[in-house]
Design a protein around this ligand. Structure first.
Ligand code: BT5
Length: 222
């Protein structure tokens, strides 16, 4: 069996492209991506050396995207929260994103986190990249094998989406409602309707009663 590899690159099109040819357990980290990507053919841009840009090759599983979000939030620290489906948020601004691509019996989990610079309106986290990478590897390995119920519970605790009014944007269709929960398969439940893919926009908070939750650190194994 092929040994997992850790590949560090100065520049690459996308760390996802390199990672998908590597065995499970491998990690690819780059200083710069010339064609970094988000979901739905969107771009992920970060000036060279300013961000953690990494792809992890893991066993596929249905809640991997949520597990990766939880792992990344735990690695980043107590102020980081999750916006459905995959955004890392710091004080209401996007700090990072997660892209999970599955093919050939492998899942490639791409994580981008702004460290020393961020686009206008986005957030950054002033942590050293290699420290964050070490923490991320440890959290990811724990959360990727955690029981599904624990992943869902922790995601709920870290969520800034649940309890909010949201606008759901699907291909050719949009609607507004309250984000009530995430289902067992990770779908967002908005006014009783399951949303499996797409984007949500958080609408204006309703006022002083709006929820704010403390999210003490928890381990994957509890
Ligand atoms: C994501 O997509 O948030 C997933 C991003 C995953 C990036 C990592 S980096 C390592 C690995 N290799 C890759 O090629 N990708 C992964 P999405 O939810 O579609 O968000 C994309 C949107 O975020 C863009 O359309 C921009 O509006 C915004 N964006 C782009 N760069 C950003 C940045 N550095 N910080 C905050 N927002 C950004």
């Amino acid at each position: 069996m092929e040994e997992p590899r850790i590949v560090r690159l100065a520049s690459v099109t996308s760390t996802q492209e390199v990672a998908r040819d590597l065995p499970i357990g491998s990690v690819v980290v780059a200083d710069h991506q010339t064609a970094g990507r988000g979901r739905l053919d969107r771009r992920w841009d970060a000036p060279s050396g300013s961000a953690l840009l990494a792809s992890f090759v893991l066993e596929p599983h249905p809640l991997l995207s949520l597990a990766a979000g939880v792992a990344a939030a735990e690695a980043c620290g107590p102020d980081v929260r999750l916006k459905w489906p995959n955004d890392l948020m710091l004080r209401g601004r996007k700090l990072g994103g997660i892209l999970v691509e599955v093919s050939g019996g492998k899942a490639v989990v791409g994580i981008g986190i702004n460290l020393t610079s961020a686009p206008p309106g986005a957030a950054r986290l002033g942590l050293p990249r290699d420290d964050l990478l070490d923490r991320l590897r440890a959290e990811l390995s724990a959360w990727a094998s955690a029981p599904h119920g624990r992943i869902l519970d922790r995601w709920r605790e870290l969520s800034v989406t649940l309890g909010r009014r949201v606008r759901v944007e699907l291909p050719g269709h949009a609607f507004e409602g309250t984000a009530q929960d995430i289902a067992e398969d990770g779908a967002l439940v908005v006014d009783g309707q399951r949303v499996g893919a797409g984007d949500v926009i958080h609408l204006k908070q309703r006022g002083p009663g709006a929820r704010s939750r403390a999210a003490p650190r928890r381990s994957a194994r509890g």
